[in-house]
Design a protein around this ligand. Structure first.
Ligand code: DX5
Ligand code: ZN
Length: 240
């Protein structure tokens, strides 16, 4: 497949929209959605006021789970204009990067634990018109990404070990969020894992501006508007 970005004007428009979303905002992680009816799920999220979705790509090597890859995302892209916040939990993101760009991903996040020298990859992502982000696991110190902050559009702080939805929020990672926020007042800081109506407040208080939420959105009653409203309410009840 050619390395050229798919529909570059559309991507630029999606990213302009994403950049103008008031913070903090929630990006539902599709990991816990009904994959048998993704089109309906995306329509329901749009109806509920979602502004972007978070896509979790897992390879069974970097994390002990498998999800989906670029061909599946390319099919979703035909049916939605949601910005795709794409979280690559894969061992060799550089090998597949062009596939994710061509599939219509917008923000491309990979892990510092997978690519300790990330600058060439970050620059390839930006050169394709996408936004580049690094993620770090709970045990990884902030120092691991600090040398690269000028190359980043966002940082994704993991508040669980990646691989599965529905895990317990690890509050100690908020020290990293606070430290990063004090260094970079304008940076988009996402937090991912265990975000719910209780934990969202402390994440926002620490400085997170983007809340990734899987199981808190895709709950059993299917009322995504209510779930998003509860998270927004929790975000207002800032806990320090
Ligand atoms: C975990 C993924 C998350 C996950 C979040 O490895 O990166 O995006 O879907 O799910 P919850 O919100 O249930 O922790
Ligand atoms: Zn994720």
């Amino acid at each position: 497949m050619a390395a050229a970005a798919l529909n570059p004007p559309d991507r630029a428009a999606r990213l302009t929209r994403l950049n103008s979303v008031p913070t903090p905002f929630v990006t539902p992680s599709l990991l816990n959605c009904d994959f048998g009816r993704v089109g309906e799920e995306l329509a329901a999220l749009k109806q509920a006021g979602t502004v972007a979705v978070h896509l979790d790509v897992m390879d069974g090597h970097f994390v002990p789970n498998l999800s989906y890859g670029a061909p599946v995302i390319a099919d979703w892209r035909k049916y939605t204009e949601f910005p795709f916040d794409t979280h690559l939990m894969i061992a060799d993101p550089g090998r597949y990067l062009d596939d994710f760009i061509d599939a219509g991903c917008d923000v491309i996040i990979f892990h510092i634990e997978a690519v300790p020298e990330p600058v060439p990859l970050l620059r390839r992502i930006r050169a394709a018109g996408c936004q580049a982000a690094l993620s770090l696991n709970p045990p990884t110190p902030l120092a691991a990404i600090e040398p690269f902050l000028d190359e980043l559009d966002a940082v994704l702080v993991m508040s669980v070990m990646p691989g599965f939805g529905g895990q317990k929020f690890e509050a100690q990672v908020l020290d990293k969020v606070r430290a990063l926020r004090s260094q970079r007042p304008g940076l988009r800081i996402s937090i991912d894992g265990g975000i719910n109506r209780t934990t969202v407040g402390e994440a926002v208080a620490a400085g997170a501006t983007q809340l990734v939420a899987g199981s808190a959105v895709f709950r059993s009653d299917g009322n995504y508007a209510a779930a998003l409203a509860e998270l927004a309410e929790g975000a207002r009840c800032v806990r320090t």
